[in-house]
Design a protein around this ligand. Structure first.
Ligand SMILES: Nc1ncnc2c1ncn2[C@@H]1O[C@H](COP(=O)(O)OP(=O)(O)OP(=O)(O)O)[C@@H](O)[C@H]1O
Length: 609
């Protein structure tokens, strides 16, 4: 039955959207039920026990009635013993049996739900991490996160609780009505004439009240946003002397909250009076009419007790269905969203690490052959136009160009995050499609602009480049990356925890960790996406040295922002609006009077001077 929550101080409940229940949605959701299959034995046993415990629950009112009747010397049921104590002991034995049945029912249901949900979670997560980059370009991390947490929790709740509750309430409703008739047909007709209407009214009214309380909560959440925003931007508020304006805004919002809550309070009052008067009134009426029947000798007192209990069962079952139905709708919505991910086409990557070992070695020759590319999400903007580059194994090729010219996009194409619409990428002269995706990614390493370290130790972060690396290998890589010294400077050395809850590393230190990581990976092709924010000169020297060490003996594609670092490159490619406009060595390009490279060099020279 509706639980009215009108206090505006209640935490706003995060409601999952509900889905319409129809043949189509149920059919698609039934796909998720295949996850229960491996545990069907326990599931069916749980169902049977649930059915049994619900049936047993129906026996108790009869036993209580029989007890009361026995006290007055009436024995209605032939199968029951003719002694009060024996009936009571029988009741306790039944109660104990029901407790045992309930125990197994709960344990088995939870086991099945936990295991199958873990399977769904695992599959969803694995699918998520193997989905192509384009999938992530169109979605927010928070939204995906909520599918793994909120949506799956809703499904889990439904499997463990709602599903069992529906079956139990159905048994209680059907059994209750039948037994009401058995106990007294006259009283049953009287109850059934009013009870369904009262329950329906209570449910609808309860829903209305809940809506009102949700409005109050939403308004309150709005006012909390005002507090949050003002405090975050307190400097702005003060600088613009907008304290009074913000206070007025907050005050108006609070008044609205109070307005809605007070309006709701009236309805809540009506609801409470209704429940007290009508629902309890019905029971008073039943007892009244029942008492008349008892005094006329048409019914025993025990029967009346039994009857009252059954009518409570029936009323409660009727009242519970709307909530249960809403839960099922939410679970169906959640299942559909999860299924949407599960049915996406993932990249060809195996869940087993052993399947992803390198099968075809790449020497490091890299070719962009007349590549045209647009991001799938923005087909109208051609990001790369007829791009052709040839990098021989071991060469250093620098890509320069203004912001937005497509440099990082080229790195994404090398890593096979996206595929060109026209033209092809060749590795050692063979099209990328002829290699396993993991072969290419295993032999290409990137040192990105913004190095993300995972929450964990420095050791773990370096070993991300090669998870089988020994401590000695990790230390060697750190030494070559000029990182060993600063790592040893921490009291916990390589076991220092970094990331959100750990030590904060400077930009240069993070880069050297990333370089050590790439050194461990030992790739044939290296992509260096140079950091735009400049480091201090000592840090810069250490990073530069580490990069030189990293680039030795491999093809390096350097996305350069500071042109001073690429003078030694074998080839410099100048990109403008997705098109290559100049190619050559530093010496060749710097002499071109009208060239973009020369212009950009001069700009940097001027600003750094
Ligand atoms: N995931 C994406 N989806 C759609 N468009 C994108 C995406 N990533 C980049 N773009 C667009 O592609 C173009 C090239 O971007 P790219 O990041 O490759 O440029 P860049 O030369 O690396 O720039 P910067 O030097 O600022 O890093 C830009 O117009 C950008 O808006």
């Amino acid at each position: 039955m509706a639980r009215a929550r009108l206090n505006s101080g209640n935490a706003a409940e995060k409601e999952l959207p509900k889905a319409k229940l129809n043949k189509q949605t149920l059919k698609s959701v039934s796909k998720l039920l295949t996850y229960i299959k491996p545990y069907r034995g326990k599931f069916i046993a749980g169902l049977f026990f649930l059915f049994l415990s619900s049936l047993v629950a129906l026996v108790f009112p009869a036993i209580l009635g029989a007890l009361i009747d026995a006290a007055q010397g009436n024995y209605k049921y032939k199968f029951m013993p003719r002694s009060i104590n024996a009936i009571a002991i029988g009741g306790f034995i039944l109660l104990f049996a029901q407790a045992c049945v309930s125990f197994f029912r709960v344990v088995w249901f939870v086991q099945v739900a936990e295991r199958s949900l873990a399977d769904i979670r695992r599959d969803t997560y694995f699918k998520l991490v193997t989905l192509p980059m384009n999938f992530f370009a169109n979605r927010r991390v928070g939204e995906l996160n909520s599918r793994i947490s909120a949506d799956l929790s809703q499904i889990q709740d439904t499997l463990t609780t709602t599903f069992a509750e529906i079956i139990r309430q159905l048994v209680l409703l059907a059994g209750g009505v039948i037994l009401l008739v058995v106990v007294s047909i006259k009283l049953t007709l009287a109850v059934l004439a009013v009870l369904p209407f009262l329950v329906a009214f209570a449910v609808v009214f309860g829903k209305f009240i809940r809506n009102l309380s949700r409005q109050a909560q939403d308004k309150l959440a709005e006012s909390n946003t005002i507090v949050e925003e003002t405090l975050q931007g307190i400097a702005n508020v003060k600088a613009f002397v907008n304290e009074a304006f913000e206070a007025g805004r907050y005050d108006k919002n609070l008044r609205d909250v109070v307005g809605i809550a007070v309006k709701g309070a009236k309805f809540r009052g009506i609801f409470a009076s209704f429940i007290v008067f009508c629902m309890f009134g019905t029971f008073v009426g039943v007892i009244w009419y029942g008492s008349v029947l008892v005094s006329n000798g048409e019914m025993h007192t025990g029967d009346l007790t039994t009857f009252i209990m059954y009518s409570i069962f029936v009323g409660a079952a009727m009242g519970s269905f709307p909530d249960l139905y809403a839960n099922v709708q939410k679970a169906v919505g959640a299942s559909e969203r999860v299924l949407e991910i599960l049915s996406e086409e993932g990249e060809n990557i195996s869940i087993r690490e052993s399947d992803n070992v390198i099968k075809q070695h790449i020497q490091g020759n890299l070719t962009f052959q007349n590549i045209n590319f647009h991001y799938p999400s923005r087909p109208e903007i051609e990001v790369l136009k007829d791009v052709s580059i040839d990098a021989q194994a071991g060469q250093k090729v620098a890509i320069v160009g203004p912001s937005g010219s497509g440099k990082s996009t080229m790195a994404s194409l090398i890593l096979q995050f996206y595929h060109p619409q026209n033209g092809s990428m060749l590795f050692d002269g063979k099209p990328a499609a002829e290699y396993a995706l993991t072969d290419i990614r295993n032999q290409v390493a990137i040192v990105p602009q913004d190095v993300l370290l995972f929450g964990g130790t420095i050791r773990e972060n370096i070993a991300y480049g090669k998870r089988s690396a020994t401590n000695e290998e990790i230390m060697q890589a750190a030494k070559r990356a000029n990182a060993h010294q600063f790592i040893e400077g921490f009291p916990e050395g390589y076991d220092t925890v970094v990331g959100e809850r750990g030590v904060k590393l400077s930009g240069g230190q993070r880069q050297r960790i990333a370089i050590a990581r790439a050194l461990l990976k030992n790739p044939s092709i290296l992509i260096l996406d140079e950091a735009t924010s400049s480091l201090d000169s000592e840090s810069e020297r250490l990073v530069q040295e580490a990069l030189e060490e990293l680039m030795k003996g491999r093809t390096s594609i350097i996305i350069a922002h500071r042109l001073s670092t690429i003078r030694e490159a074998d080839k410099i490619v100048v990109l403008e609006k997705g098109r290559i406009i100049e190619t050559g060595t530093h010496e060749e390009l710097i002499t071109r009077e009208e060239g973009l490279y020369r212009y950009l060099s001069q700009l940097q020279f001027d600003t750094s001077a």
